[in-house]
Ligand binder design. Structure first.
Ligand code: 5AD
Length: 351
C-alpha cells in the first residue's frame, strides 16, 4: 500500500520529466488520487506553468452568440428537445458591440460560442472578418460545433484563429451513452483532425464526472490529449440541468477536476488551460483553485446581459459577479491575491 502511494508521487515526477504514460498507468494514477497526491501534482504543475508563462493569466471575452442547437446531447441544457429553453440568436451588430465593450476592458481574444447551427456559416464568416478588420490585434476563437471540412476552411479563411471543440470523451462506447444515435464519435474526431490540419489552433476537452464516466474513460481522455497534442483543453465538472435526460445525475467533483487540470498541465506543459465557468459554479473560489492547479486562462462572459441567463448549459450557471467581463476589476484582484496576473494580450500558445 505504502509502496503504491510512493509510486504515484514518482509517476507525477515522471510525467513532469516528459514521460508519456499508457492508459492503464493513467487509470492507476487517477484512482490513486488523495488530497496529498493532488496537492503534489498541483505544486509541480504550477512550477511547470511558471517556467513557460510566468504568472500570466490570459483572458478571453466569451460571447454566447446563440443557444439554438440542432443537437440533442443528453447532458446539455440547450439541447434541441429542451422546450423549456428560451432561444435567442445575437445579431451581427450585437456581437460587434460585445467586442467593442470587451476591447475597452482589455480583451484581445473574442470567443464566439454557440449551439450548433445557431449561426449560418455565412453569418459566422461575415462576423469573423468584420471583427478581424476592426480589431486586427485580436484573436478570434470559434466554438460552434461540428461542420464539414469545407465549412471550417471558410471560417479559417474568414480570419478565425482558433477553434474549440470538446471531444467530450475519448471512449467510443461512453460517447454513445452521452449522445443520441445521430451523433458520432468518429465525426467528432474527424472534425478535430480537420481543424488542426486546416491550421486552427485547436482545443479539445471533456466534462469531469459525466454520467457513465469511469477512471478508465478519463485515462483515455488523458492519453488522447497526449496523442492529439491540442493547443487548448477545456475541462469542467459535469453539472446536471434539470430539464435534460441527465437532470437527476450528480455533479462531478471539484477535487477531481483540479487534479486532472494538473495532470493535463504536466502532460502538455505549454497548453492553454482554462479554469472554467463550471468549476466556478460548483465552488465559490473554483477558478482561483483551478489557476493554482495549473490553469492559465479564464473566459469571462461578454454576452449581452439580457440573454445571459438563457445560455443555461446546466443549472445555476454563473453569469454575473466575477464571472462577467464587466467585473474584470474584481477578477483581477482575486487573481492577484493568489499570486498571478491577468494580462492584456492575445495569449497565444508558447511553442
Ligand atoms: N455540465 C457541464 N458542462 C456541460 N457542457 C454541456 N452541458 C454541460 C453540463 N450539464 C459542456 C460540454 C460542451 C460545452 C459547451 O459545455 O462539454 O462541449
Amino acid at each position: 500500500m505504502l509502496q503504491a502511494m510512493n509510486d504515484s508521487f514518482k509517476v507525477i515526477d515522471a510525467l513532469a520529466d516528459g514521460e508519456k504514460l499508457d492508459v492503464l498507468q493513467y487509470q492507476t494514477l487517477i484512482e490513486a488520487m488523495t488530497p496529498e497526491l493532488a496537492g503534489y501534482a498541483a505544486d509541480i504543475a504550477d512550477k511547470v506553468r511558471r517556467k513557460i508563462y510566468g504568472t500570466d493569466v490570459y483572458i478571453r471575452g466569451l460571447i454566447e452568440v446563440g443557444n439554438v442547437c440542432r443537437n440533442d446531447c443528453f447532458y446539455c441544457g440547450i439541447r434541441k428537445s429542451n422546450s423549456m429553453c428560451e432561444r435567442y440568436a445575437l445579431a451581427n451588430e450585437t456581437i460587434l458591440n460585445c467586442c467593442a465593450e470587451g476591447y475597452k476592458l482589455g480583451f484581445r481574444t473574442f470567443v464566439m460560442q454557440g449551439g450548433e447551427g445557431a449561426m449560418s456559416v455565412d453569418a459566422v464568416c461575415d462576423t469573423v472578418s468584420q471583427i478581424k478588420r476592426e480589431y486586427p490585434d485580436c484573436a478570434v476563437t470559434l466554438s460552434l460545433g461540428e461542420y464539414s471540412r469545407d465549412d471550417y476552411v471558410r471560417m479559417f479563411n474568414a480570419g478565425a484563429d482558433r477553434y474549440l471543440l470538446r471531444h467530450e470523451t475519448a471512449d467510443k462506447e461512453h460517447y454513445r451513452k452521452l449522445h443520441p444515435a445521430g451523433m458520432s464519435f468518429d465525426n467528432r474526431m474527424r472534425c478535430l483532425h480537420d481543424l488542426k490540419d486546416i491550421g486552427f489552433r485547436t482545443g479539445c476537452g471533456f466534462m469531469v464526472g459525466s454520467p457513465f464516466q469511469t477512471s478508465f474513460t478519463l485515462a483515455e481522455d488523458l492519453a488522447f490529449i497526449g496523442k492529439f497534442d491540442p493547443d487548448m483543453c477545456g475541462i469542467g465538472p459535469f453539472i446536471p440541468q434539470k430539464d435534460t435526460p441527465f437532470g437527476k445525475f450528480s455533479a462531478g467533483s471539484v477535487q477531481q477536476t483540479l487534479f486532472l487540470l494538473s495532470l493535463i498541465r504536466l502532460i502538455k506543459p505549454n497548453i492553454l488551460l482554462p479554469a472554467t465557468t463550471a468549476l466556478g459554479t460548483l465552488s465559490p473560489n473554483g477558478r482561483e483553485l483551478g489557476i493554482k492547479a495549473g490553469a492559465n486562462v479564464v473566459m469571462p462572459n461578454l454576452s449581452p446581459l439580457s440573454e445571459r441567463r438563457k445560455y443555461a448549459l446546466y443549472d445555476n450557471k454563473l453569469s454575473t459577479g466575477t464571472e462577467s467581463a464587466q467585473s474584470l476589476a474584481l477578477l483581477k484582484e482575486s487573481v492577484k491575491n493568489i499570486g498571478y496576473k491577468i494580462v492584456t494580450a492575445r495569449g497565444d500558445i508558447k511553442k
